[in-house]
Design a protein around this ligand. Structure first.
Ligand code: NAP
Length: 245
């Protein structure tokens, strides 16, 4: 499926990025794990190696062009290529519109949208020479539906879907596909901490009547990263239990 492919995953050390990296590694991919927290990333890479997988940790901030160049250089030096890019690093800085601070708008747009642009630009140079590649952007259902209190986050994720379509058109002739996965409500440390009543209210909005898991997202990414998805580009796959159709 992805045997011996080289996958660069941003925000790899925890949450959804960790599940994505683990799923790709389990199917035989070599992982370039990028995160701000070097210690956590090195610990995760050590786990992958203990499972007999090939992986390298890179400390990097996706909003810093020099860090992004460095990630790609490490990938080239270690594994000679990049076949799969997963733009997963993302942050929230929630607040109601009228009270939203400029710096909270900028921070979210910088990581979620500009970070994906910088990583895609750097990796696409390599993929263009290789004449193949898979780019997968982790968006969000709220980029499709909107969500009160998340103007910055929803705008960044809607922008990421536009970036997905534009890059898909531009890179198709080089046999590079670009798609997005839009997760719904996913069970994470954050949702675990919610009061039971709030969890029940969230669940009531989901036809499949449960929160998603990080593995649900990883499975969709695995498909888009694999040879099975060769004729799919410019698409947004909702992994949301049916809460947005
Ligand atoms: P998470 O647990 O907060 O993990 C995000 C990871 O990205 C962290 O390891 C974080 O590193 C890293 N990161 C943040 N800023 C970065 C930067 N500038 N450069 C490099 N790495 C950076 O988040 P998650 O819940 O797994 O979410 C992963 C993605 O799925 C995000 O794009 C998110 O928007 C999207 N998503 C999540 C949900 C959900 O319910 N969880 C729903 C829809 C979409 P540090 O912690 O070390 O800063």
């Amino acid at each position: 499926m992805v045997q011996d492919k080289v996958a660069l995953v941003t925000g790899a050390s925890r949450g959804i990025g960790r599940s994505i990296s683990l799923a790709l590694a389990t199917q035989g991919a070599k992982i370039v794990a990028v995160d701000i927290d070097l210690q956590a990333t090195e610990a995760f890479v050590a786990e992958l190696k203990a499972l007999g997988r090939e992986a390298v940790a890179v400390q990097g901030n996706v909003t810093v062009a020099a860090d992004v160049e460095q990630m790609v250089n490490v990938a080239k030096e270690t594994f000679d290529r990049v076949d799969i890019l997963v733009n997963n690093a993302g942050i929230t800085r929630d607040g109601l519109l009228l009270r939203m601070k400029d710096e909270d708008w900028d921070a979210v747009l910088d990581v979620n949208l500009k970070g994906a642009f910088l990583c895609t630009r750097a990796v696409a140079k390599l993929m263009t020479k290789q004449r193949s590649g898979r780019i997968i952007n982790i968006a969000s259902v709220v980029g499709q539906m909107g969500n009160a209190g998340q103007a910055n986050y929803c705008a960044s994720k809607a922008g990421l879907m536009g970036l997905t379509r534009s890059n898909a058109r531009e890179l198709a002739k080089r046999h590079i596909t670009v798609n997005a996965v839009a997760p719904g409500f996913i069970a994470t440390d954050m949702t675990d901490a919610l009061p039971e009543q709030v969890r029940q209210e969230l669940t009531a909005q989901i036809p499949l009547a449960r929160l998603g898991s990080a593995d649900d997202i990883a499975n969709a990414v695995l498909f888009l990263a694999s040879d099975y998805s060769g004729y799919i580009t410019g698409q947004v796959i909702g992994v949301n239990g049916g809460m947005y159709m």
